[in-house]
Design a protein around this ligand. Structure first.
Ligand SMILES: Nc1nc2c(c(=O)[nH]1)N[C@H]1C(S)=C(S)[C@@H](COP(=O)(O)O)O[C@H]1N2
Ligand SMILES: [Mo]
Length: 489
C-alpha cells in the first residue's frame, strides 16, 4: 500500500472512532465522550506542578491547549499505525483495540457518568476497528478514493450530530425560566468612589462575562434548574433534599463577595467580585441539625469535583448562591447553584454545580485538590496588586499608581507603596464596601524621569501587614509584595 494511503487509513479510523463515540455520548451523557473523558482523566492525573505550569502559561486557555494536544497525539497515533500496517492490518487493529480500551477505562473511571455511558467508548472502539479494517481492504482497489471520502463524510456528520444533540440540554432556556432574581435583603449599591477605574483599577463589581473562571471541567456541566436538587446529609439529624424552587422561595439574601483563586501568582488575575444572591448555608444546615463531632462540610459538584470547608466557619458565613449580579448563575459559574464562602480560597469552598452537601470530618473525607498537594485549610491571605502602571510601560506626566487589595473576611485597613526601596507612603483608599470584598487604592507619586520600581503592601483590619517573603501558590496561596518596573519619560 502507498504510504499516503496507509497514513490516511489510520487517520480516518481515529476520526471515525472519536466521532462515533461523541455521537453516542450525546445520548448517554456528553461526559461519556471518550475524547472528553480521556481529557478529564488526564486533568485528574496531571501532577500539580504541570497543572500550575499550564494555568500560568496558558491561563484560561489551558483546556483548549490540552484538547488540541490530544488531537495532535491521536492523529499522530492514527498515521503511525496506518504506516505500520502497510502489509497487514494487524498492527493497526491492535492499536485500535488498545486505544479503545484506554477510552473505556477513562469513561468508566469518570465520577459523573451514568450506567449506559460505556456504550460511547465501545462505539468508538467498534467504529475505529471496523473503519480501519474496511479501508485497509478497500485501499487495495483503484477506486478506493470514494471509500475514503464517504468515510470522512460520515465521520464528520456523526461528530457534528453528536455535538448538536449533546448540547441540547437547554441551560439557557432554564436560566431564562428562572428569570431575574431579587433578594429580600438586597446588598446596597457600591458607592461611586469604591473603585478608581480611570486610574486603572478593575471596576468594583465584575461583570458576569468578565468574572474569572477556574475549574477542572472540560465541558461545562449542563444542568437545568427544574431537574436539579441539593442533597444535605451525613452527620445531621434530618437529611433533606432541596429543589431549586424550595431554595428560591426562601428569604434570599444578597451579599457582595470577592472570590479569589489560590493559584494566583503575586499580582495574578484570578480574583473578581459579584453580588451573589442565595441562602445562608447555616440556615439549611441548622434545620437539618448538625451532629456533634462534625468539623467539615464536604461539597460535591455534578461533575465530581469536591471541596472540604471548615464547618464552623461555613455555618457562619457560607452561602448557597443561585444568583450573580441579579441574574441566575451563568452556566460557567455553576448554574443552577454553587457555594460561595467569603474568606476561603475557591478550591476549598466555592463548589460550582453543587449537588451534594455532606456533613463529615476532615479525618474522613478529602476534597479534590488535597491529595494533589494543596493544603486542607486555605483561608485567603492578605494581598495587594498594582494594576497601573503596567510592567515595562512608559508614562509621561503625573505618575498615578493604582490597584486592589484584599483580606477577606478581615477587611483592608491600609495600603502603602514605595518607589525604588524608599519610604512607604500611604495611599488613598476606595470606599469600604465590606470586609468580604476587595478594596481599591490609588496614589500620586512624584518621580524623576528614568526607570522606577514600585512595590505595594496591604495591612488588614487586625493590624497584620502582608508578608514580604515570596512564596509560591502551592500549597496554600502565594505571599510577597507585588512590584512593577516602568519608565517615567
Ligand atoms: N465544580 C467545580 N467547582 C469549582 C471548581 C472546579 O474545578 N469544579 N474550582 C474551584 C476553584 S479552584 C475556584 S478558584 C472557583 C472559581 O469560581 P469561578 O470560576 O466562578 O470564578 O471555583 C471553585 N469551584
Ligand atoms: Mo481556585
Amino acid at each position: 500500500m502507498k504510504p499516503a494511503k496507509a497514513a490516511l487509513t489510520g487517520l480516518l479510523a481515529v476520526i471515525a472512532a472519536l466521532a462515533a463515540g461523541h455521537l453516542v455520548a450525546a445520548f448517554v451523557g456528553l461526559s461519556a465522550s471518550p475524547y472528553l473523558a480521556v481529557g478529564n482523566a488526564a486533568i485528574d492525573l496531571t501532577p500539580s506542578w504541570l497543572k500550575d505550569f499550564a494555568v500560568t502559561t496558558f491561563g484560561t486557555y489551558d483546556k483548549l491547549v490540552l484538547l488540541t494536544g490530544m488531537a495532535i497525539v491521536l492523529a499522530g497515533a492514527g498515521v503511525a499505525s496506518g504506516l505500520l500496517s502497510r502489509t497487514s492490518p494487524t498492527p493497526g487493529s491492535v492499536v485500535a483495540v488498545a486505544l479503545g480500551i484506554v477510552g473505556i477505562a477513562a469513561v468508566i473511571s469518570r465520577p459523573d457518568v451514568g450506567q449506559l455511558s460505556v456504550l460511547a467508548p465501545v462505539a468508538s472502539l467498534a467504529a475505529g476497528l471496523y473503519t480501519f479494517r474496511y479501508l485497509h481492504k478497500e485501499a487495495e482497489h483503484d477506486n478506493s478514493r470514494r471509500d475514503f471520502l464517504i468515510t470522512a463524510g460520515l465521520a464528520a456528520a456523526a461528530g457534528i450530530a453528536g455535538q448538536v444533540f449533546g448540547s441540547r440540554t437547554d441551560v439557557e432556556g432554564s436560566r431564562q425560566a428562572v428569570g431575574e432574581l431579587k433578594a429580600a435583603t438586597p446588598a446596597p449599591e457600591p458607592p461611586l468612589n469604591a473603585d478608581f477605574v480611570k486610574d486603572g483599577t478593575p471596576s468594583f463589581i465584575t461583570n458576569n462575562k468578565d468574572f474569572y473562571r477556574i475549574d477542572t471541567a472540560l465541558s461545562v456541566p449542563r444542568l437545568r434548574a427544574e431537574e436539579w436538587a441539593l442533597r444535605v446529609h451525613g452527620m445531621v439529624d434530618r437529611p433533606v433534599v432541596l429543589t431549586f424552587d424550595e431554595i428560591r422561595k426562601r428569604d434570599l439574601k444578597e451579599e457582595v463577595i470577592t472570590l479569589a483563586c489560590v493559584s494566583n501568582e503575586i499580582g495574578g488575575p484570578y480574583i473578581s467580585t459579584a453580588r451573589f444572591i442565595g441562602v445562608p448555608i447555616g440556615d439549611v444546615l441548622r434545620e437539618a441539625g448538625v451532629k456533634a463531632g462534625a468539623d467539615q462540610l464536604f461539597s460535591t459538584s455534578d461533575d465530581g469535583f469536591t471541596a472540604g470547608s471548615p464547618l464552623d466557619y461555613v455555618l457562619e458565613r457560607g452561602m448557597i448562591a443561585i444568583g450573580m449580579n441579579g441574574e441566575p448563575l451563568p452556566a460557567e459559574h455553576g448554574f443552577p447553584a454553587r457555594l460561595v464562602v467569603p474568606g476561603l480560597y475557591g478550591y476549598v469552598s466555592a463548589t460550582k454545580w453543587v449537588t451534594d452537601l455532606n456533613v463529615t470530618t476532615f479525618a474522613k473525607d478529602q476534597g479534590y485538590w488535597i491529595p494533589r498537594g494543596w493544603a486542607t485549610r486555605a483561608p485567603i491571605k492578605t494581598m495587594s496588586r498594582i494594576d497601573r502602571p503596567k510592567g515595562q510601560s512608559k508614562i509621561s506626566g503625573k505618575t498615578v499608581v493604582a490597584g486592589t487589595a484584599w483580606a477577606q473576611p478581615t477587611g483592608v485597613a491600609k495600603v502603602e507603596v514605595r518607589a525604588d526601596g524608599g519610604p512607604w507612603r500611604e495611599t488613598e483608599l476606595g470606599a469600604d464596601v465590606s470586609d468580604s470584598t476587595w478594596r481599591m487604592w490609588r496614589v500620586e507619586l512624584d518621580l524623576k524621569p528614568g526607570s522606577h520600581t514600585v512595590e505595594c503592601r496591604a495591612t488588614d483590619k487586625s493590624g497584620f501587614t502582608q508578608d514580604q517573603a515570596r512564596l509560591d501558590p502551592v500549597p496554600d496561596g502565594a505571599t510577597g509584595w507585588h512590584s512593577v518596573t516602568f519608565t517615567v519619560e
